[in-house]
Design a protein around this ligand. Structure first.
Ligand code: PLP
Length: 405
């Protein structure tokens, strides 16, 4: 197969590292991706040259740091095709973005007896915040089932879109099955019933082009660290019409207009949702990561990763006793599997000793494991810097492991 991105491996120094004296083969990209030099250098330069607290200072460094942070926000807005940078709220990651919406949208728009919908393929961070909200406000969390191949059961979805539903929270791409949900269609259907939709984009943004206006998403969340950016910074996109009406999520500096003991008033968007000092170096480094993937071209990344996923799937299936979970035709570069009857943890541990980093376990999706009646899987997840030769090493390693049992 053609490998258009082989040259970029030099941008990621960690890929030259050895583990236990073996070449590192990093196939745990759904957990976090490695960072290109431009991102690491942006962090270093930020602390060396423009470190000062933002928004509050009239001095030179503070103004430069503020400019960098706000231009990162504009960069994210452009990347997601949001109509206004004020609709981009910086968070710590996807988890915090979803908690913000659950808490704040829940407070403003949900009442006893209302329903929140999610799906069977959600990550815990798109389940537990809704469970907490449901407990707090006496709502019901209903779950859209999936089919055996890992596709969402669209018939069930249609039947569940009722007048009691306030919000549908669903992942764009499953971190276990790789399923790419037809979110544009799902949002259109939900909107026909005046249901707001939150899309968990943690596994989508690094792999497919996202256009929040075209999708008509009400909320869209993602994490910097899963898309070649730093950990500790993420994004909540929210439509102004919702964000304007939602109460603050946390209180503190910067989110206020006035504070008096007689009462306080809130800052304009997006600052109303950004209490305290944000990760202003992280935001700048995230913008570098965005520029990096834009330069490679999101469509070309998606094409290449799909080819690599098919290459790996074919090779795994040739092993004979591999069971793959998630066989949707609309699939991103994630493969969850089991090897014969060998416990995924044993496979993962032995792979590690051979230099291969793969994830094993429930992948923070225990309800999905329940759905398939399993405890866990081994997961290979790919990024743009992975190459077919790494898949070949994985297959050889799995063959060796098989002989050990
Ligand atoms: N949603 C999905 C689909 C994920 O895969 C993850 C992380 O694995 C998250 C949410 C949570 O992301 P974070 O831990 O960066 O907040």
């Amino acid at each position: 197969m053609e490998v258009p991105f082989r040259h970029i491996r030099n941008d990621f120094p960690i890929l030259q590292e050895k583990v236990y004296g073996k070449e590192l083969i990093y196939l745990d990209n759904a957990a976090t991706t490695q960072k290109p030099k431009v991102v690491v250098e942006a962090i270093e330069q930020g602390y060396y040259k423009t470190n000062a607290n933002i928004h509050r200072g009239v001095h030179y460094l503070s103004m430069r740091a503020t400019e960098a942070h706000e231009s990162a926000r504009a960069c994210v807005a452009r990347f997601l095709n949001a109509s206004d940078p004020a609709e981009i709220v910086f968070t710590r990651g996807t988890t915090e973005a979803i908690n913000l919406v659950a808490s704040s949208f829940g407070e403003a728009f949900c009442n006893e007896g209302d329903v929140i919908l999610c799906s069977e393929m959600e990550h815990h961070s798109n389940i537990v915040p809704w469970q907490l909200l449901c407990q707090r406000k006496k709502l019901q969390l209903k779950v859209i089932p999936i089919l055996d191949n890992g596709d969402l059961d669209r018939q069930a979805l249609r039947a569940m879109l009722t007048s009691e539903v306030r919000l549908l929270a669903i992942t764009h791409v499953s971190n276990v099955l790789g399923t790419i949900n037809p979110v544009k269609e799902i949002i259109r259907l939900a909107h026909e019933h005046n249901i707001a939709v939150l899309i968990d984009g943690a596994q989508a943004v690094p792999h497919v082009k996202v256009d929040v206006l075209d999708l008509d998403a009400d909320f869209y969340a993602f994490s910097g660290h899963k898309m070649y950016g730093p950990a500790g910074i993420g994004v909540l996109y929210g439509k102004r019409k919702w964000l304007d009406q939602m109460p603050p999520y946390q209180g503190g500096g910067e989110m206020i207009a006035q504070v008096h003991f007689s009462g306080s008033t809130w800052n304009e968007l997006p600052y109303k949702f950004e209490a305290g000092t944000p990760d202003f170096i992280g935001s700048t480094a995230l913008a570098k990561a965005i520029e990096y993937v834009e330069h490679l071209d999101m469509d070309a990344i998606a094409r290449y990763e799909t080819d690599l996923m098919h290459y790996a799937t074919d090779a795994l299936l040739q092993l004979g006793d591999v069971r793959i979970f998630g066989t949707s035709v609309h699939k991103s570069a994630v493969i969850s599997f089991q090897l014969g009857n060998i416990h995924p943890f044993d496979v993962g541990t032995l792979l590690d000793r051979m230099g291969l980093a793969l994830r094993t376990g429930h992948h923070c999706a225990q309800p999905l494991m329940d759905r398939f009646g399993i405890e866990g899987t081994i997961r290979a997840s790919f990024a743009v810097y992975n190459v077919p030769e790494e898949v070949d090493v994985l297959i050889t390693a799995l063959k060796r492991i098989r002989t050990m049992f």
